[in-house]
Design a binder for this molecule. Structure first.
Ligand code: FAD
Ligand code: DLZ
Ligand code: SF4
Length: 512
């Protein structure tokens, strides 16, 4: 029985179920770089380079351990350009008698695989992805019958299941499940990011950079300098660096934003976790060990572990629980075209321009920039949910639909009707002013509501709430919002709405 075993770009873990029980005398493992995947949204060149280089290093590691590998490069003459084409070609050329894959992380690719099951003419085994910490069945059982799927309660189940940050008496470490109230301070004046690792480029990476430059230079984003980890060894160095030097301050400044500082105290581990170079459980355990050795405080460690054991697993659960219908939702009927400033065109809004600059240069921006700057603007302005999702999917090196979609459609855009967020993450310039130093550098004034120099977020915030009044007026979590609006005089209300309309018009004309 000659098995063809497929490894996708985000399955670069030795523990992949599709690599278990491998017969080195008969089986072949295939990885393929395909144009269809690189272009279905215009992925950031750094993201493509990261994935291709990591795939090539992973394949070299398998080969070195005696595994027969079929590695298809993007520019191989006979590359058909798609997963399906490459699987068909390989199965035929290798005379494979069965195909073994691990379930893909995206619904779109699972759909393709289901097609292989029908059309390939050999048995196709699709195995569960054991790297995630909650199975689909566990999430579905947890969600069953619940009116609201709150991450916090799911997270507690996961803490219990994996005995992470738990006391012997069954209570959470320190007595509380969540230390968020000690986190999320505004930035201190003059705050800078701690130094980060920059990995030396191997010959493999240099080849990939040349390939990406030749094929994808027209995509949004700068390719070089390229400093990403591309091997498990390097990703483990990133983990170690984070836990030793940065984790102790993780919680405190989790929501802070500073001009010229894309990283602050964030881990930068999402790309490595999502591609499989790091495993979520080992990351949580390493963070917990730092707490147990008194090397990092509980608020920081709990806050960090909650992101991975809680949010990351919850988001994946939501995606698979509600797909494919979830992807069609647009509860707030948001349809405005995505303005060019998301792709780097000029805007006077410093906060947006700075977040887009970080994205362009690093294929990264941190959670609060994604949620409260680019996401918040898209929410308030009513930007088309599909266009916004395609943007997030393209521009971040950690983006795959399973994690991008619930975060964008659900958390940032409230487009799923309140599954992920119980109220919209809508905020005026006041929030951005409090949590960043962006407004100091902006031509707009966060304290002004109307007029030439008024911060566009202010009027857009009210306009958004009033546009969707019937959905939000009775929301229990927004008790004072509408009573504030109601206290404004009719003239003030009219002026605010006119200011918002002017901002939307300027946005459409490319002059906001
Ligand atoms: P840290 O702040 O250091 O957090 C630690 C880890 O927790 C991350 O590496 C990540 O694995 C996990 N995590 C934290 N928050 C989330 C979350 N909400 N969902 C899932 N995992 C989380 N994350 C992605 O991995 N891919 C995406 O495509 C993606 N798209 C997003 C789109 C929007 C609109 C928003 C608001 C968030 C999105 N996120 C996405 C979640 C989060 O912003 C990123 O995981 C985080 O910024 C990655 O940087 P980091 O590794 O420095 O994270
Ligand atoms: C994102 C991406 C890119 C750019 N290129 C490839 C590729 O050439 N080969 C591959 O196996 N996967 C790639 N991916 C990831 C896929 O688009 C998809 O996200 C994963 O297969 C998960 O379903
Ligand atoms: Fe952003 Fe408004 Fe502050 Fe300018 S004033 S940086 S637009 S929040």
């Amino acid at each position: 029985m000659t098995a063809l075993r497929i490894i996708l770009a985000d399955q670069l873990s030795e523990s992949m179920p599709s690599l278990q029980g491998l017969d080195t005398a008969q089986d072949t493992v295939m990885l393929c770089e395909v144009m269809e995947e690189a272009r279905y949204v215009p992925h950031h060149p750094k993201k493509i380079a990261f994935l291709f280089s990591a795939m090539r290093h992973f394949a070299a590691g398998l080969e070195a351990s005696g595994v027969r590998v079929r590695y298809i490069k993007l520019d191989d003459a006979s590359n058909t350009g798609s997963f399906t084409g490459e699987v068909q070609r390989a199965a035929k050329e290798l005379k494979s008698s069965r195909l073994i894959v691990t379930e893909p992380s995206e619904y779109r690719v699972l759909d393709m695989m289901n097609g292989w099951q029908k059309n390939l003419g050999i048995p196709v085994e699709i195995l569960s992805d054991t790297r995630f910490l909650a199975t689909h069945a566990e999430f579905d059982a947890w969600a069953q019958g619940k009116k609201q799927l709150r991450m916090e309660f799911f997270y507690r189940e996961m803490r219990r299941k994996y005995a992470i940050l738990m006391q012997p008496d069954g209570k959470p470490s320190g007595g509380e499940w969540n230390y968020d109230k000690e986190n999320r301070k505004p930035p201190k004046v003059g705050m800078t990011s701690p130094p980060r690792l920059s990995h030396k480029k191997s010959a493999i990476t240099k080849d990939v950079l040349a390939l990406v430059k030749d094929n994808f230079s027209h995509h949004f984003g700068t390719l070089e300098p390229f400093y990403y980890a591309v091997t498990r060894k390097q990703a483990l160095m990133e983990l170690d660096h984070f836990v030793t030097h940065i984790l102790p301050h993780f919680g405190d400044y989790q929501d802070a934003m500073v001009a010229g500082e894309p990283y602050l105290y964030h881990s930068l581990l999402s790309s490595y976790l999502n591609a499989g170079l790091l495993l979520p459980l080992e990351v949580c355990q390493k963070a917990e060990a730092a707490y147990r050795a008194s090397k990092a405080p509980l608020n920081a460690v709990e806050g960090f572990i909650r992101q991975i054991l809680g949010w990351r697993e919850y988001i994946r659960g939501i995606y698979w629980h509600f797909m494919p219908e979830y992807g069609q939702r647009n509860t707030l009927n948001a349809t405005h075209p995505l303005p060019d400033f998301y792709w780097g065109a000029n805007t006077h809004m410093f906060c947006v321009a700075e977040s887009v600059r970080h994205t362009r240069d690093h294929a990264y921006s941190h959670h609060i920039q994604r949620l409260m700057i680019t996401g918040n603007f898209a929410l308030l302005a009513g930007l088309d949910v599909k266009a916004v999702q395609a943007w997030y999917l393209a521009v971040y090196s950690d983006a795959y639909e399973w994690v991008e979609m619930p975060n964008t459609l659900g958390m940032a855009l409230f487009g799923d009707g309140g599954v992920v967020a119980s109220k919209p993450y809508a905020a005026s310039g006041k929030y951005i002013h409090r949590m960043s130093n962006y407004c100091e550098k902006c031509t707009f004034n966060p304290d002004e509501m109307t007029g030439e120099t008024a911060c566009p977020f202010n009027a857009l915030y009210w306009d958004f709430l009033v546009r969707h009044e019937e959905k939000f007026r009775r929301n229990q979590r927004m008790p004072y919002v509408f009573s504030t609006w109601d206290k404004f005089t009719p003239e003030k209300q009219k002026a605010i709405r006119a200011q918002a309309a002017l901002s939307l018009q300027k946005m459409a004309e490319g002059i906001l």
